[in-house]
Design a protein around this ligand. Sequence first.
Ligand SMILES: NC(=O)C1=CN([C@@H]2O[C@H](COP(=O)(O)OP(=O)(O)OC[C@H]3O[C@@H](n4cnc5c(N)ncnc54)[C@H](O)[C@@H]3O)[C@@H](O)[C@H]2O)C=CC1
Ligand SMILES: O=C(O)CCC(=O)C(=O)O
Length: 525
Amino acid sequence: MPKVLISDSLSPRAVEIFKERGIEVDVKTGLKPDELKAIIGGYDGLAIRSSTKVTKDVLAVATNLRVVGRAGIGVDNVDVPAATARGVVVMNTPFGNSITTAEHAIAMMMALARDIPEANASTHAGKWEKNRFMGVELYGKTLGVIGCGNIGSIVADRALGLKMKVVAFDPFLSPERAQDLGVEKVELDELLRRADFITLHTPLTNETRAILNRDSLARTKKGVRIINCARGGLIVEEDLKAAIESGHVAGAALDVFAEEPAKQNGLFGMERVICTPHLGASTTEAQENVALQVAEQMADYLVSGAVVNALNMPSVSAEDAPRLRPYMKLAEQLGSFAGQITETGLKAVTVEFEGQVAELNTRPLTAVVLKGLLAPLMESVNMVNAPVIAREREIKVSETKRQDAGDYQTLIRVIVSTEARTRTLAGTLFGGDKPRLVEIEDVPIEAEVTPNMLFIRNEDKPGFIGKLGTALGDAGVNIATFHLGRTAAGETAIALVCVDQPLGDDLVERIRALPSVVRAKALTF
Ligand SMILES: NC(=O)C1=CN([C@@H]2O[C@H](COP(=O)(O)OP(=O)(O)OC[C@H]3O[C@@H](n4cnc5c(N)ncnc54)[C@H](O)[C@@H]3O)[C@@H](O)[C@H]2O)C=CC1
Ligand SMILES: O=C(O)CCC(=O)C(=O)O
């Protein structure tokens, strides 16, 4: 039974869902890094929010971990490349808390415009300082949205409802989408120059880190107010502090901080700064949404192999997962076979899907082909990191699909190009779920892949099979099945022999020395 650890506070709905799906679940929040490292080895899944840091060190000891589920959006607390390298799927729950976070940004903007927190504290203190607080209207003002994705676009929509003008900077926002949203797409400089309020809604990346710094803040309109409900690292906090102190920036409302939990911060205690402790996603509705969604997604993956909202793996729907399973096996066998008979640098891999398989989501199958292909050549490769490794090694990967069936109702063909040559292997499913090889290096053959095999390429000449049988028999190797194929009489032939035990190097060498043998290789699966 798979086991999941919930290490941040999640709605109890998550626990219920895991249990309903037959998954054992422990809830242990507030763990220190060493405490997490001491227990993580016992879990298949880890469900988190933003507090748990899933570092390389944690992942290194998470020997059974298959999935990290982030009940929320930002995964900057997860070392995704390290997870990918270890074959751990990282999934998040986009959308579940978007409305809530957008509403928090709007609430922060309004609070900032009318000094609500200060006025509230003063009134509670019995001061009745009616003349101290003078706000600004939002009506007719320009809101600059940096990052106009799910949350940014909801913020824009709400701001338009407040009769603000919205300008957005987002390199990935298409002009059509901007038009649909009713926002004006502008460059960052123009946004900085024109906006009365600036709200940030990008992920924290190398490009967005410190996007508001001394230099960019100096280019903003005097009296601008800044809202950050995305990630602390987007703003250089000391530069913001200086800009507020100089009076250039009229105020800031911050839900997120460069270092969290933020118990101390240079911006704390400033009159024109409103702070909340990363509450953007904290509503009952959003927390129900993300807890339910993350538990469902993780359970689907652990129980059936379905993959949804993964950041480091192609999606597999719950419907597709059982249909893909036998093809996964076939794809891995084809990849592994190709990998074992490839001796020089890989240049390109094409995976062709023909007939029934072409109707499925084939990206996971290509990932598995790559895993099989690369596994004989390197350690620790899995279907999560194989596409990344292929990209890093500049192996060109492509897929083609043809829904019309050829000789087989369903067929996967793997074409591998190296510096020296191009090889083709193809396989099908017999009876809907039994993988079979049907073509090797252009030679038709029909064989089941078994744990120990001998692959031989030879000239099609009389007497060869007898000599091969004798060599194996003399070495005490029992032949389980023997498969032969050839392009035409007297031309290139292939022999695939399934044997009951691993073949020693000496024996393979002796077979290579037999007359007519062009190539002999022991394969293991
Ligand atoms: N305060 C809180 O509790 C919460 C904070 N968040 C934060 O909000 C962020 C945004 O969330 P979503 O809108 O759901 O993400 P999203 O992925 O839908 O939108 C992000 C947008 O930023 C844009 N972007 C990326 N790089 C950019 C760049 N260099 N300059 C300008 N725009 C850029 C993208 O094109 C995309 O449109 C998350 O990454 C997360 O860090 C999310 C939920 C709750
Ligand atoms: O889980 C939380 O409270 C934070 C949410 C968040 O920052 C996110 O979803 O990116």
